[in-house]
Design a protein around this ligand. Structure first.
Ligand code: PLP
Length: 355
């Protein structure tokens, strides 16, 4: 893949590295950050000042719009290192396109491909020692855009920052996950911005998710806001149901985040000869399948863990457990996708991107 490049990234190197203070065998997801960050500004109608500099706090006016009206969007992607020390990204074009879609929905400026890719490349070149070898190790990359203009007038800002920070990650095990199917609260409404990776979509989920935690669930599976009859997605993952030997997942809509992992799971499953149906799926159908033992698996898909198996679910006070399988689709598909991410298998889909 060739990209237009920018030559003028200002690079300010950290005086020393913090890498020796980090225990790479005991990482808590998203809590330690690399030595550098990428930052650029939107001002006077254009993106400018692309800079890689030491990871450091931001200084913003307290009236900066992001604090008041929530113009904030982000992405989540990973870099992987193979056994020959080459660095790979996984379908980064998808993340670039998606952050621009998210920006457009929140009336924020889109930005040039070169800033995204050259910024990332310059940053990861400097911080490449933070990307550890080994199946499961990776560098989690968090690009985000915030409104920086000061003043509390309720209108879109005219100044923004685009920043990329990176955090080393180990193979992500989210613990045992049981989910509550939402019957009252909603994550996204038709015509809203559920499809955008916007900070506000997360803020609105925390309270109902806390209530679900009190009932012994770790996450919520959201249902459509109008009827609560159709399953949509989990808070940070898209969701798949295996009924007998068929995988079912709901179609993308303006309420659902179009996950890169979701797309990859669909393509990979089909390639493995698994039948996949993308169609609306009712809570009622899943409960009936659980009752007659045709529901074999539920799993979530997302960049952090690739695939998270779900052990059980609850709905309106009742609970169901899923069977324990010897070779679930969840682990078969996860492994196949990871082999592509880590350059251990042929990539017939063209998903790997060499940095
Ligand atoms: C990020 C995210 C996902 C997963 O998307 P991936 O591109 O697969 O990481 C799913 N749902 C929501 C709400 C998300 O924010």
């Amino acid at each position: 893949m060739t990209k237009e490049t920018i030559q003028d990234i200002h690079v300010e190197k950290a005086a020393s590295t913090r890498i020796n203070e980090v225990d790479f065998n005991n990482l808590t997801f998203g809590s330690v950050f690399t030595d550098h960050m990428f930052e650029c500004d939107f001002k006077d109608g254009e993106w400018k000042n692309p800079t890689v500099k030491p990871y450091q706090p931001l200084t913003l006016d307290p009236s900066a719009r992001v604090f008041h009206y929530g113009q904030a969007v982000f992405e989540g992607m990973k870099a992987y290192r193979d056994d020959n020390d080459e660095t790979w990204l996984f379908r980064p074009d998808e993340n670039f396109n998606r952050i621009n879609k998210s920006c457009a929905r929140l009336a924020m400026p889109e930005f040039p491909e070169s800033y995204f890719f050259d910024g990332l490349k310059t940053l990861l070149d400097l911080d490449k020692d933070w990307i550890k070898k080994g199946f499961g190790n990776s560098l989690y990359i968090r690009p985000f855009v915030i409104a920086t203009q000061s003043g509390v007038m309720a209108s879109p800002a005219n100044a923004y920052k685009f920043i990329i920070i990176c955090s080393p990650a180990q193979s992500y095990y989210g613990g045992e996950v049981r989910v509550k199917i939402a019957d009252h609260y909603s994550r996204a409404a038709s015509g809203g911005f559920g499809y955008a990776k916007a900070a506000g979509n997360y803020a609105g989920q925390f309270y109902p998710t806390n209530l679900a935690k009190e009932e012994g669930f770790q996450q919520v599976i959201w249902t459509d806001a109008n009827t609560h009859e159709y399953l949509e997605e989990a808070g940070t993952m898209n969701i798949f149901f295996r009924i007998n030997d068929k995988l079912v997942t709901c179609p993308i809509s303006d309420c659902i985040l179009d996950g890169v992992t979701r797309k990859s799971v669909i393509d990979m499953a089909k390639d493995m000869g698994i039948e996949v149906e993308v169609r609306p799926i009712k809570v009622k159908e899943v409960i009936e399948a659980a009752e007659n033992d045709s529901l074999k698996e539920i799993f979530g898909s997302g960049t952090a863990a690739v695939i998270t198996p779900i052990l059980g679910f609850g709905y309106k006070g009742d609970k169901w457990e899923l069977p324990k399988l010897d070779s679930p689709y969840a682990s078969q598909i996860k492994n196949k996708i990871m082999e592509i991410q880590y350059n251990k298998a042929e990539d017939k889909f063209g998903w790997r991107y060499k940095l």
